[in-house]
Write a protein that binds this ligand. Structure first.
Ligand SMILES: Nc1ncnc2c1ncn2[C@@H]1O[C@H](COP(=O)(O)OP(=O)(O)OP(=O)(O)O)[C@@H](O)[C@H]1O
Length: 256
């Protein structure tokens, strides 16, 4: 493991009953590295995310975070230590405003309360409100501050989900198809947000379209039937014959 490695997967495997879903994956991610994770449906991408986030335990192999084996560390503790995840279907509180959603994250982060739903005192609240306003302004999302999440377009909801993950001060951000089902404009907005993230935040982003990863990710890892079949710079991956054959189709098209 290199000195600046944030995440290290060593011989990771996962099986459900007799079904091998992930086989022998070894992978190091550096601090600040941006990695795209691609592969056809059923390749095992979400299962791998579940293991990194702590929602599933590997059947064998080890997952290390800053050199420490975290196989047995529960997901909420991983989140506290900076492994933050977004989901394909967002888990925002739809009946609350954007700002209220953000305040909940900020409150939780600051560990102001053992029970975060209890009322904070007035001083804390006004400080939290100011921080939330500043944060939304910084990310160019102030106009949505008072909107209920359920009233926002899907594209904006996904942007909000990413900035809430950022408010959680991630060191390793796991993005699960953040641009799925989006228009080109919405995709560009999401990519714009991702490119604004602090340089020392590592990212693993599941994506079906390698074009989205070009120019935005340092590296692309390809899974196929639970195995890692290619790992390199986006250009190398795009031109890899096995990837073209297995993942992208014989035409060499880059869309899943
Ligand atoms: N809890 C489970 N029990 C049994 N099989 C599972 C379970 N979770 C996932 N699988 C199987 O594991 C394989 C990999 O699934 P996974 O969702 O990780 O793939 P994926 O690459 O994320 O696919 P997609 O792009 O469609 O989201 C699939 O065959 C799936 O049916």
């Amino acid at each position: 493991m290199q000195k600046n490695t944030i995440l290290s997967l060593n011989g990771i495997a996962k099986q459900f009953g007799g079904l091998k879903v992930i086989e022998d994956i070894t992978l190091d991610i550096a601090v600040g590295e941006k990695v795209g994770l691609i592969g056809p449906n059923g390749a095992g991408k979400t299962t791998l995310f579940n293991m990194i986030a702590g929602d599933l335990e590997p059947s064998s192999g080890t997952i290390s975070y800053f050199g420490e084996n975290i196989n047995k560390i529960p997901n909420f503790k991983r989140t506290q230590s900076g492994i933050v995840r977004t989901f394909q279907k967002n888990n925002l509180m739809a009946g609350l405003t954007v700002k209220e959603n953000l305040i909940l994250v900020l409150q939780r982060m600051r560990k102001e309360h053992k029970q975060w739903w209890k009322r904070a005192n007035k001083k804390n609240y006004s400080e939290l409100f100011n921080t939330a306003d500043q944060f939304l302004a910084e990310w160019g999302l102030s106009e949505h501050s008072k909107s209920l999440v359920k009233d926002l377009s899907y594209g904006v909801q996904r942007q909000i989900e990413i900035i809430l993950a950022v408010a959680g001060e991630p060191k390793l951000l796991l993005l699960d198809e953040p641009t799925a089902g989006m228009s080109q404009l919405e995709t560009d907005q999401i990519i714009g947000l991702i490119n604004k993230l602090p340089k020392d935040v590592s990212i693993i982003m599941i994506e079906h379209d390698i074009d989205v990863l070009f120019g935005n990710m340092d590296r692309v890892v390809v899974l196929h039937t639970g195995r890692l079949i290619c790992d390199g710079k986006p250009e190398e991956v795009r031109n890899d014959p096995e990837v073209k054959e297995i993942y992208m189709g014989k035409e060499g098209m880059v869309h899943a």
